[in-house]
Ligand binder design. Structure first.
Ligand SMILES: [Zn+2]
Length: 635
């Protein structure tokens, strides 16, 4: 397992994963492998084999919603029909969009188009209100953009230009299937690009989005309406909700709304409508013929450096596992996740929360009353482990007529889910809802609910196994659990109280002390060279605080074990971050991902803890040494 040429004291990640890195092969249809991704590949393999058996009638599930999931799987697999129909199922919507010649006409149809996933000049959604997490609010954002981030639009960004070229080429090829003339197609494409360029000047960058709490900008609906005219948001709301519309909207993306006339107006309406046409066409390609579907994936493949499309079977499973996420997650959990493991990990979470509380009590930069509030927040964290006991009613509403074309079915399913989301506006927030399904290899903390979710799929080796030592499990899933809990106290989570409300519960001087430490964490990562680029300390600060917090609390638990094996702890920590990825994907993550590159996630946090130095006798002579005064521990 370990690479003898690299000393662990110099490079923990390389020493642990070096041998694996030499031989690991990235699957043709994926941007990376290792760690999370390898587990995901395994889950996919298992589930694909089950779906093959379901579709062949060799296997059945007692989960009623699975019947439709299997039917949809068969629809994707029916390439004969898809290829015969070609672009035809898409034509009614495309003709409808081409016929919209004025803003008035758009306003008349906006509510219907929203449900059909046609992009409006604003993105609209419903979610828990940040200041009052028990109620839902209506959210407003600027439109999505073609490139991964606004920074790619800078005049000197060569990558952005190259990617736009690939996107344009793809769009032109897909447009060639439509009834538009050559001249019209060129016009539509040029307009779409022009509109996108205008939008990119107004919407938030990834760095701005990373400060999540800044999304809460309530604005009177009349004021919003005045900003976004001639787009008639009040008419849209009335069409969606009837007479009673929300009097306040939450503006997630204030510049896009306040300066919307910078991209949307009567004059450049043609730019907008052609942009919307091209976008919905490209979004729908996956549900059309195989030829169109393959074309529609070229841009995302280029973006991630993925050479090949997944097999048809895999595409079918991937689509279905997104559309019927919760039932499939429950099926996965019930089939492949044991109750013993669930009990054991819940126990571990409780232990980590209790230890976190002890650490809060010992904290040196908080006043007593702030500590008490932090402890209260820890006491009320809700744990969602494995998969939900019950499947929410929305999933049984996702029914369709099997005689319809795949695209018609998908449009129907998407609109059922969109309507369900919009209808939540007047209902209280359902805190029992799961934000991640059981078959997803991931974990999360939700600041609005003050809860943590650990899907069944992540509770496997190397993260967790009943067969691994407790030290290894603590370095794996334990540190991930601690990471998620730490999000309650990262630079975003710290702004929310124990009920999930955006509310300042800190004494001013305590928060200042916290911000000082946060700055130290930004500096520790900022500018580290990686693959020809540099890590942004600001973009990754929440995650770096969480990684360090997760390590701090689990190391504390290590000291209470009868036979702690600190070496095994750090080795497994490094193992879970092993990753081999395509260069394009590495660059994409570096510019957009709020997480630091995996090698840094493995190698940076240990340096902040004395246990690391003791476990491997790390000294000033070694690469993974930093002076005690430079070590940062926040939580
Ligand atoms: Zn995180």
């Amino acid at each position: 397992m370990s690479d003898n040429t690299v000393r662990i004291q110099d490079d923990l990640y390389e020493a642990v994963n070096g041998e694996w890195l030499k031989t690991a092969v990235i699957p043709e249809d994926r941007p990376m492998t290792g760690g999370f991704s390898s587990l995901d590949q395994d889950v996919e393999k298992t589930m694909m084999s089950d779906f093959r058996a379901f579709a062949a009638g060799e296997k059945t599930s007692d989960i009623p919603e699975m019947k439709y999931a299997v039917a949809l799987y068969r629809k994707v697999m029916d390439t004969q029909r898809r290829n015969r129909e070609g672009i035809a199922p898409m034509l009614p919507l495309l003709e409808r969009l081409s016929a919209i010649k004025t803003v008035d006409e758009l306003n008349r149809q906006a509510a219907e188009l929203l449900l059909m996933e046609v992009d409006l000049p604003l993105q609209l959604s419903v979610d828990a209100d940040m200041e009052n997490a028990e109620k839902n609010s209506f959210l407003v954002m600027g439109p999505g953009i073609i490139l991964p981030d606004t920074t790619y639009y800078a005049a000197d960004n060569q990558q952005g230009k190259q990617l736009l070229g690939i996107w344009s080429d793809m769009a032109a090829k897909v447009l060639a299937f439509t009834p538009l003339s050559q001249t019209e197609r060129e016009q539509y494409l040029a307009d779409a690009l022009a509109f996108d360029a205008l939008v990119a000047k107004k919407v938030k960058s990834k760095l701005e989005w990373s400060e999540y709490y800044k999304c809460h900008n309530p604005m009177r609906v009349d004021d919003v309406a005045a900003c976004v005219a001639p787009f008639d948001i009040k008419k849209l709301l009335t069409d969606l909700y009837g007479e009673k519309i929300p009097d306040t909207l939450i503006i997630y993306d204030p510049k896009a709304v306040k300066e919307m006339n910078g991209y949307f107006s009567e004059e450049n309406f043609p730019l907008y409508i052609h942009w919307a046409y091209v976008r919905v066409l490209l979004k729908s390609t996956a549900f059309l013929s195989e030829e169109i579907a393959a074309l529609g994936k070229t841009y995302s493949r280029a973006l991630q450096g993925v050479p090949a499309d997944p097999s048809l079977e895999k595409q079918a499973y991937q689509l279905v596992s997104r559309i019927y996420a919760e039932p499939i997650g429950v099926y996965y959990g019930r089939s492949y996740f044991g109750e013993d493991a669930k009990r054991d990990v819940v126990e571990m979470v409780r232990k980590i929360i209790e230890t976190y509380k002890l650490r809060m009590k010992k904290n040196t930069f908080l006043a007593e009353e702030t500590k008490e509030k932090a402890i209260r927040k820890l006491s009320t964290i809700e744990i969602k482990m494995g998969y939900p006991d019950e499947i929410k009613p929305i999933w049984s509403k996702l029914v369709f007529d099997e005689n319809d074309s795949l695209l018609t079915i998908m449009t129907e399913l998407i609109s059922i889910r969109a309507r369900d989301l919009l209808e939540r506006l007047w209902k209280p927030v359902d805190r029992t809802e799961w934000v991640m399904p059981g078959h997803m290899v991931n974990a999360c903390y939700n600041p609005s609910a003050n809860d943590i979710t650990f899907p069944a799929a992540i509770l496997q080796k190397p993260f967790y196994s009943l067969k691994q030592s407790v030290s290894e499990n603590l370095g794996g899933i334990g540190a991930v659990i601690g990471h998620e809990i730490s999000h309650a106290f990262d630079n975003n989570g710290a702004k929310f109280d124990e009920h999930g409300n955006l509310k300042n519960w800190w004494k001013d001087e305590d928060f200042q002390a916290f911000e000082e430490l946060t700055k130290g964490m930004i500096e520790q990562f900022d500018g580290i060279e990686y693959h020809g680029g540099k890590v942004s300390g600001e973009l990754t600060v929440s995650e770096n605080i969480a990684d360090n917090g997760g390590m701090g609390v689990t190391l504390e638990i290590m000291h209470t074990l009868p036979n702690p094996d600190f070496r095994a702890y750090f080795i497994n920590w490094a193992r879970v971050w092993c990753m081999k990825a395509k260069e394009e994907f590495i660059q994409l993550l570096l510019s957009c991902d709020v997480h630091s590159p995996n090698v840094l996630r493995a190698n940076m946090p240990p340096r902040n803890f004395s246990e690391w130095y003791e476990a491997f006798g790390v000294t000033e002579q070694d690469q993974m040494y930093i002076a005690p005064e430079k070590r940062i521990s926040i939580w």
